[in-house]
Design a protein around this ligand. Sequence first.
Ligand code: HDE
Length: 720
Amino acid sequence: MAKKNDSAKPKINNKKVNDLSKNTETGEGQFLTTNQGLKINDNQNSLKAGERGSTLLEDFILREKITHFDHERIPERIVHARGSAAHGFFQLYESIAQYTKAGFLNDTSVTTPVFVRFSTVAGSRGSSDLARDVRGFSVKFYTEQGNYDLVGNNMPVFFIQDAIKFPDLIHAVKPEPHNEIPQAASAHDTFWDFISLMPESMHMIMWAMSDRALPRSLRMMEGFGVHTFRLINENNKSVFVKFHWKPLLGIHSVVWDEAQKISGKDSDFHRRDLWEAIDKGAFPEWELGLQIVEEKDEFKFDFDLLDPTKLIPEELVPVKIIGKLTLNRNPDNFFAETEQVAFHPGHLVPGIDFTNDPLLQGRLFSYTDTQLSRLGSPNFHEIPINRPLSGVHNNQRDGHMRQTINTGNSYDPNTTSGGCPFQAKAVDGGFTSYNERIDERKIRGRSKSFFDHFSQATLFYNSQSEAEKNHLTDAFRFELSKVEAPAIRERMLGLISQVDKNLAMNIAVTLGISVPKTPKQPMNMSIPADGNVKKFQPVKVNSTLSSSAALSMASTIKNTIKTRQIAILAGNGVDDVSLTKMKTDLEAEGAVVKVIAAQLGYIKGISKMDIKVDLNFITASSVLFDAVYIPGGAKSIASLKQEPDVINFINEAYKHCKPIAADAEGAEMLQTSTEIGMHYKHGKNEIMQGIVLNGKSLDFIKAIAKHRFWEREKGNKIPA
Ligand code: HDE
């Protein structure tokens, strides 16, 4: 059996690697050709009538090249357009055959290749990674029984309860139709107008306004299947299941001020971070966890398992960890793999099935439909990244861009092909849907069990640490301050006050209005035209659970500094012995250390060591790092003190609550020339709120593992 704490060994997914390599074209050592294989003799000059003459239409080589170029773009995804992906594998820790017959969840000796794509939702392909947004977390498992796609998000609930509202939600959040503003941002009128009329979105809105919407790294966020699914075992017994991905690096975020600055300094921040980590062999890992609910317990909760705006608190149903996902290989070609991959929640394997969650049911139609226009043909399953390893044998034929050269007839039943391909019995791995009993009247409507829109929003808010609550309040303040229509702001305050009165009041102060006593009607537009809008009353269930530790990032693991980016600020005359020791100690713990100085090249230390400079102050910025260290050396410190970029660097690191270490003169500099000095009267050896003034690497490492020291935010306003 695979062990739980096996560290990531660089395993190679031979199956998918081999499969993809059949289609790889390196061009190495080859002559340049046209698409017809003709060797090209001149790729620098088009065919002309004389040296200065006009270009000839006859130049088929030029025409082919330009024509292909003209058609290089395909429509971007209608949502989740901005994404980054990687290859990897899934390793099961223990068989869960008692719940599911899915082969890849039964056999611990099987390593399943995967392709995982992370994304933001609202922005276009070229938008910033650091938008305040939900993140997509899609996993394609290339199993022996066919492709299984777990197409989830980094938040466990969703904005709406019924698929019919999805186009409205997306139209509201996308840039406004008249001027295409703002890009990749929810802070505008149409989004909040829609939300203010959709009380069912309040739980998700709390998540979206929380720090979960600003991940520090794609490698440091959770993933969720969101909907309740079914698992089915060999005896056709079914249980309900919620899927969770738990990152082994813990869950960490950045702050909003930082996110906005990163968007300018490096809008590929998450993409680069994922790429570089994998490139350097620091493979990101997540454990797969399941919350399992027996069928008999379907109605034991005070919410409906089919309602995608609800989660199952981990206190009620613990998450059972069953395996590990490791990403160990970057794509070879962004377009061929990351852009052309086609996920679909309906790509299932035997042993996994849907529930009647009305949001999930709507998704089942949408994904194939969108691939048809995005990838341009019903043959998108033949694109190498989408091809199942288990093989495709059916009678579907032809269409644009067909790759397979099928032989023989294409109908079933037949005798001409000996009856092939055959239907597979369940024992042969043939897929059968769960035989759930459905005996109902046709109705357009919603179950009353979906009508409590506030209890879990309050549960989420109550479960946040003080710092998380403050960030959430500030996020609402920012977003609603960007809203121009006063009526929208007011309606939102009405809704927020039903989640938490103080929260609403704290936001209202910034908006310069008061919280409406009676929320304005109409409040709930998710009821049909014939419904009586006036009768809508917010339903709130009095659950016994007042908070849930799993909902706060503050309670997740903080014991590693692997892959954290550490800045060392230095100049000529730096204490090179301290610098080298700190660098070595941090790197030994897996951190990535960069020396930053006024110029690129080398700086000379006091003991004459040449220290290589990785970045200069022109391109480096505090917001791109997790922590900063200022080694001693009088001359180096004197030069840093004169450098406004350095002072700003340190002040920003302080403002964003990042660990800062310094020794000797470095510590003095912090106290005399930066904002830190305004707030602390430190002794030289003090360690306080992540400020490590004794220069000891061990103390610095402990501080970096904690990620941020939010208590610094109290009362300290740093003008950085
Ligand atoms: Fe999606 N969604 N979605 N979605 N979704 C798409 O499919 C859709 C929903 C999610 O990395 C599209 O291939 C509808 C929930 C991810 O390629 C599209 C509804 C969740 C990705 C689509 C939902 C998701 C998508 C756009 C409501 C979390 C990126 C391009 C019924 C569980 C996949 C594409 C990737 C992508 C439709 C709701 C997650 C248009 C109609 C809930 C992670 O088909």
